[in-house]
Design a protein around this ligand. Structure first.
Ligand SMILES: [Zn+2]
Length: 63
């Protein structure tokens, strides 16, 4: 599981890596990690804390 954090409210959620991997391959944007809409505040986006994509790109959470 990968840890995701909402940039608006700080809510933490765990998302299965295979879900994130498939989303990453669908989006395919090298400088932008896969994100999910926040289920807590419904307005923010959730970013991975530390995620290495199948393409080898490492995304780290950045305040
Ligand atoms: Zn939120």
């Amino acid at each position: 599981m990968l840890k995701f954090k909402c940039k608006s409210c700080g809510y933490i959620e765990y998302i299965p890596k295979k879900v994130v991997d498939s989303l990453d391959s669908l989006l395919g944007r090298p400088n932008f990690p896969p994100t999910f809409s926040c289920e807590n505040c419904h307005s923010g986006s959730m970013y991975p804390i530390n995620y290495k994509s199948p393409k080898g790109i490492v995304y780290k959470y950045d305040d």
